[in-house]
Design a protein around this ligand. Sequence first.
Ligand SMILES: [Cu+2]
Length: 147
Amino acid sequence: MRFTPRVHVRVPIASRLAVLAMIAVVASFAIAIPACSKKGGGNPYSPNSMTPSPPPPGPTESFDSGVLSSGSFSHTFANAGDFGYHCVIHGSATGGMRGSVHVAIGQPASATVNVVNFSFSPSPANVAPGGTVTWNWVSGTHSVTTP
Ligand SMILES: [Cu+2]
């Protein structure tokens, strides 16, 4: 028969209660961690749900060449962003004859877009903030119009 030594240590009741209190605190932190989170700055979630909030509205540009069959139209873009436009005869904000302008730092100060064959070429046109886009009517009767 083997002899297994046992060591009995008496732990005061106050120490036992302190350990139980620490366990309770750690458990409550674990419960408080939300089920979803996102790294990075800002709070992308609505206060009372885990549904992402819609992005804040960006800068807008408003321009309208009117319906033209020849000549040109220019617009200067103050802010960076992506701006769509369309022809009021052959397109809309969501379909048909549409184009876009990409305004970003590092792009050229000006761009030229041909209005030809029921399309805008190139699209997107790229310019820097403060840059000007000029549309040249090559064929057909069209407009350059923001929604
Ligand atoms: Cu058109």
